[in-house]
Design a protein. Sequence first.
Length: 314
Amino acid sequence: MSTSSFGEPAVQELEHQLDPDTTGTQRRESQPRRKVKRKTWQTIIWFVVLIALTALVLYPLVWLFFATFKPNAEFGQNTGLIPENPTGENYLKVLEGIAGVPMWKFYWNSLVLATAAVVGTVVSSALAAYAFARIQFKGLAVLFAAMIGTLLLPFHVVIIPQYLLFNNLGMIDTFWPLILPKFLATEAFFVFLLVQFMRQMPRDMDEAARIDGAGHVRIFWAIIVPLIKPALITCAIFSFIWAWNDFLGPLLYLTSPENYPLPIALRLYNDQTSSSDYGATVTASFVALIPILVFFVVFQRFLVDGVATQGLKG
């Protein structure tokens, strides 16, 4: 008997008996989804809580900004946010510099060190990570475990050997002790981050490129680098911030004021005399913080994307 002899209800009944979930699924999909509406009082509470948390986080920065307009006499007496006798003298002192060195020189030194740290860290860490993640060689597991083990070593353990090494090479009071290690993949954290990122990538593209005659250099530059761009940007951001704020490294290797970066220059405002110039110190700190804030705001989206990326889906 053909299906044409059945009526429309009979056909639907037969389809329901053969696949009872299909009709129910189609019926559920045809129904419009109900939008969950949050109550007005819940929205207000969340808004107030977020505003309070934002104000709590930003208060130190706001206090620092207003403190740049305080004269030295108000530090320790006026603990309020707004200065009683605002003045712009602190900014004039900072622009003049200290120890015979203008402020722009300190800025330039920090920019050179931070830029070199970013380039060296990204290039060397990416190459080392490619070797650990995509090349099979003897001792791979041992070398990778040794590299991870360096994360457990405090920086203070290697201070004396590194200082003796660079002193014998005649590199003290130069930027080389702060720049050269960045090009030798000494930042195990970034190497580990890139290794884990590369290991999540399928090897099909590598094998196809190798069949076409591509070597490791071509595979790394044409295939791997474009795919790990979010991780590279994350490494660049953290490397820039860490190098810009580094205090201990320049304190060890730099002795001339004209070579000081901003973190060391800030110390001069408190060590030059028996009395500290708090107004100039606070102002110099705020001025040194501006590039970090601008850098973070500009690259915030890339930072979130790089940290949130879990892998590739194919």
